[in-house]
Design a protein. Structure first.
Length: 638
């Protein structure tokens, strides 16, 4: 059947009774329907195919005869019809009574009312052209496409009303004239001859070329030509339909450009983007999808969406796709990489107009790890804040919010409801004499890029008393150096400062006493040095002091030299008692007796170190006590 019949035969009423024979006898399915599927008019081929009477057919919706598996194709065709006003070459299966289903190629044109659709369906089950009825030259003048019939020489034999509207020529002007002269703007001669030879050989032809109207205007036409045969099957002419597709072509070009730009944007997207069909097979992926999963794009297009999901979730895919009919969804899910690694990802899925699913996947593993680390750090901070005796504070510099731990209450008596949320509260409790200094240094540290701030100042407690505090803070800055956050601790050092002041006083007093003692000792030494008797002081092992008379008497030049002869001076040289001549027992010398705590005065014989002769020396020794403890003894000889 010709394109003319294919697109225009639906204009005639169903059946006989004054109907057009071309419409009734056409072997193609011709009908006028509505967008919701109601059949307004249909030719006899419908009742023959479906084995239904006219009343039953008109009571049904023609979409009910479409094979259930072809629902997605039908929805896409409807969408194209609404968008462009036409579709062509849509193939799907239609019920054929007891014969089951057969494949049909559909063309459709949407009427100006936006509701009525002219539909023709050609049986392409065997991919052969259905033999048309012999009176196909009688075309319906009510079709919404330009229908033109010619004989085998290309002379116009029929020109419908829409052809007049499209090309500007009336039927009277057009009939009897060459088709190329009335419609074609330019066509390559070789191509034109090839097309005409094919048509004359009985082959259909469809294509696009630049057409010309009567007023000289040029437009892009979609032309579908079919051979026209008589009842015996002899080729008797050509019937064709043509439609101005300039606007549609421009829209398609714009759409392709938009799709190209859109695809480029998708390719450059930072997120992984996948498009898969209702069976879950990937149909398109961007570059980031390969980076995320570790598969190449070619490998992904051979995979199923379940291949990048945890195995236990694969069975849930159909239900999740069905749920998208209620709107797009965003969930956090695990994605399995090629190497088996599981990634925490944010998955956003939406159902596209053609029934496929678009999924945008963002790897949030690092973000989740950072959030976990932040929670751990915050928890650690809270534990430290609870464990310390200091008043811990946390200042959000950009937001001006100030947080305090429980230490502010335990140290300074402030209940939670008494504590303000910002710096103004803290400023108001700094002692007036310290406030300008403290706040100035605080702001200078923030403005100067410093990382730490410390100050000692006076701070009012909740009961109005004043505490001395040591406050320090650590500043966190962004990459540009701007301060973001400040963490610090305030210590109450009132008692420590009082103790330090008392210690300073004690140290000063000790220094004064030491100076006084040293002065008195110097005076005492001067007195001892002025005594004509020999005097020396020592303990159990050494001699620590000796006056000049003692050094002369014993024949030594210094106290150190004298101390080296300690045993000889106190034991060997004191050989006997002068009064009895008895030897002095070991450890019973006058000096040793005084070290034992017993003062003693006794004349002893001392052997002169230089002459070796004995001399009578009167020795007086007494213990030296400090705090009741004997630390040595002194001895005077005369």
């Amino acid at each position: 059947m010709s394109d003319s019949e294919h697109q225009h035969g639906v204009a005639a009423p169903l059946g006989g009774g004054g109907g057009d024979p071309f419409f009734d006898l056409s072997r193609e399915l011709l009908a006028v329907v509505t967008l919701d599927g109601r059949i307004l008019r249909a030719n006899a081929a419908w009742t023959a195919m479906l084995d239904l009477d006219e009343a039953t057919l008109l009571a049904r919706r023609w979409t009910a005869f479409v094979h259930p598996d072809d629902g997605a194709v039908l929805r896409a065709a409807r969408a194209a019809l609404r968008a462009t006003g036409t579709f062509d070459g849509v193939e799907l299966r239609l019920a054929c009574g007891a014969d089951g289903y057969r494949w049909y190629s559909l063309r459709a044109i949407l009427a100006a009312d936006g509701e009525t659709v002219s539909v023709s369906a050609q049986d392409v089950t065997a991919r052969s052209t259905v033999a048309p009825a012999p009176r196909e030259r009688q075309l319906l003048d009510t079709m919404l496409v330009a229908l033109i019939a010619t004989d085998l020489s290309g002379t116009i034999t029929y020109w419908n009303a829409h052809a007049t509207a499209l090309y500007g020529w009336t039927a009277t002007e057009a009939q009897g004239r060459p088709i190329a002269a009335m419609t074609v703007q330019h066509l390559d001669p070789l191509e034109g001859r090839a097309i005409w030879r094919a048509l004359q050989a009985g082959e259909p032809w469809s294509g696009q070329f630049m057409a010309r109207r009567k007023d000289g205007a040029i437009f892009l036409a979609q032309v579908n030509n079919m051979p026209l045969r008589d009842e015996a099957g002899r080729l008797i002419g050509i019937v064709g339909s043509s439609v101005d597709i300039s606007a549609r072509h421009a829209a398609q070009l714009a759409l392709r450009e938009s799709e190209r730009e859109h695809r480029q944007l998708l390719e450059q997207a930072a997120d992984a983007i996948f498009i898969f069909d209702t069976a879950g097979t990937f149909r398109w992926v961007n570059t980031r999808a390969s980076v995320l999963t570790g598969y190449t794009a070619a490998e992904l297009l051979r995979l199923h969406v379940g291949d990048i999901m945890p195995a236990e979730e694969a069975a849930q895919i159909p239900a999740r796709i069905a749920a998208l009919k209620d709107g797009a969804r965003t969930r956090e899910r695990l994605i399995r990489r090629r190497d088996g690694q599981m990634l925490s990802c944010e998955v956003s899925a939406a159902l596209l107009a053609d029934g496929r699913v678009q999924t945008i996947i963002r790897d949030v593993s690092e973000r989740r790890a950072a959030e976990a680390a932040l929670r751990e750090r915050d928890e650690r901070f809270r534990l430290i804040a609870r464990a310390t005796n200091d008043a811990i504070w946390d200042l959000d510099i950009t937001g001006g919010r100030l947080w305090w731990n429980e230490g502010l209450r335990s140290l300074f008596g402030y209940a939670p409801e008494q504590i303000g949320p910002d710096l103004d509260w803290w400023n108001g409790r700094i002692h007036e004499a310290d406030r300008d200094r403290v706040l100035g240094a605080f702001q200078a540290t923030l403005d100067g890029g410093g990382e730490t701030w410390t100050e000692q100042y006076r701070f009012y407690r909740a009961d109005g008393t004043v505490a001395t505090v040591f406050d320090r803070g650590f500043i966190l800055r962004d990459a540009g150096g701007a301060p973001l956050r400040m963490l610090g601790s305030m210590q109450d050092i009132t008692a420590r400062q009082a103790a330090e002041e008392a210690l300073c006083v004690a140290h000063a007093r000790e220094r004064a006493l030491r100076a006084e003692a040293e002065q008195r000792l110097a005076e005492l030494e001067a007195i001892i040095d002025s005594i004509p008797d020999g005097v020396y002081i020592g303990d159990a092992t050494r001699i620590t002091r000796a006056n000049a008379a003692a050094l002369r008497m014993l024949g030594y030049r210094s106290v150190a030299e004298m101390s080296e002869d300690y045993y000889r001076i106190n034991e060997q040289l004191q050989a006997r008692y002068a009064d009895s001549g008895e030897p002095i027992p070991p450890g019973q010398s006058v000096f040793a007796t005084a070290l034992a705590g017993r003062p003693r005065i006794r004349e002893v014989l001392i052997r002169d170190r230089a002459t070796g002769e004995d001399r009578v020396i009167r020795c007086a020794a007494a213990p030296v006590r400090v705090g009741g403890r004997i630390i040595g003894a002194d001895l005077a000889r005369g």
